[in-house]
Design a protein around this ligand. Sequence first.
Ligand code: DXP
Length: 255
Amino acid sequence: MLRIGPFEFSSRLLLGTGKYPNFDVQKKAVDVSEAEILTFAVRRMNIFEASQPNFLENLDLKKYTLLPNTAGAKTAKEAVRIAKLAKASGLCDMIKVELIGCQKTLLPDPIETIKASEELVKEGFIVLPYTSDDVVLAKHLEDLGCHAIMPGASPIGSGQGIMNPLNLRFIIEQTTVPVIIDAGIGTPSDAAIAMELGADGVLLNTAVSGAKDPIKMAEAMKLAIKAGRLGFEAGRIARKEYGQASSPVEGMSIG
Ligand SMILES: CC(=O)[C@@H](O)[C@H](O)COP(=O)(O)O
């Protein structure tokens, strides 16, 4: 079970909803992924314009918990305003704080992320900040009351996979709220590694929506996340420098 604030989920895959070839593929990919949390950029949704197309209309909303995100915000003030807009529209009290500090790398702005997260926690939101893989920053975010920490594997949409497994492991070790690896996942094996490191979940978008077959990739990601989690729970063997026979012959008389 993945527990975030008052919510409980059996799936550990959080799926983004952008950049699918069309609504039909998006719906099928979301279904097959068995994701229970869907994230979307409030700014890109026409939540207050009934005449405009809105992907939420294509999904059975009773099946999902929506995780609005503040993508497009450059300052804490803007992010807080977007979060309040999402709450006012009745979507969900959870918010993914996404505050990009560099338009080339799409890496998050740590200072504005801290400011926005602090304010949103005070306002009673369930706050999930997207952050870099900085261990100390992750600790500050947890200390100020965030309900999950979401360090990036690598830049958003880059598909480069996990750049800094050591930092992610340090973050996972020190954090008592869920750690969800967010952004940069390229392949199912990247997602499995994130889970094997001990992450509580993985949030991804481009790897599925941009795949040649998004529906198949959604299924592959679902299975990889389950496999990675099982592997983590099972406990891996220790790494050894030298070989060790799989079938020991010590104590056996071999004629
Ligand atoms: C959808 C969303 O929230 C993205 O900003 C997220 O970080 C996913 O990144 P990828 O597209 O790299 O999976």
